[in-house]
Design a binder for this molecule. Structure first.
Ligand SMILES: [Zn+2]
Length: 72
């Protein structure tokens, strides 16, 4: 496979295949282009936004609480 993605180790500059998570040369942990961290952060942000939207949605529209302000 010549189309295989490769990453370079930040520590020693060794080329590492996309499947590797640790540099085979120096053992440094490699952060690939497809890092897991941003996705976890993104998922948390989406969850928070969804929670806010749901909280302000039909569930919060209780008639006993005048939370909705109508400005005309
Ligand atoms: Zn390395």
């Amino acid at each position: 496979m010549s189309d295989q993605k490769t990453d370079k180790c930040k520590k020693c500059g060794e080329e590492i295949s996309a499947h590797e998570q640790v540099c085979p040369s120096c053992g440094e942990e490699v952060s690939q282009g497809f890092n897991a961290k941003p996705w976890i952060i993104l998922a948390i942000i989406i969850l928070v936004i969804m929670e806010i939207l749901v909280g302000r949605g039909p569930g919060a529209e209780t008639k006993s609480e005048p939370a909705v302000e109508i400005v005309k």
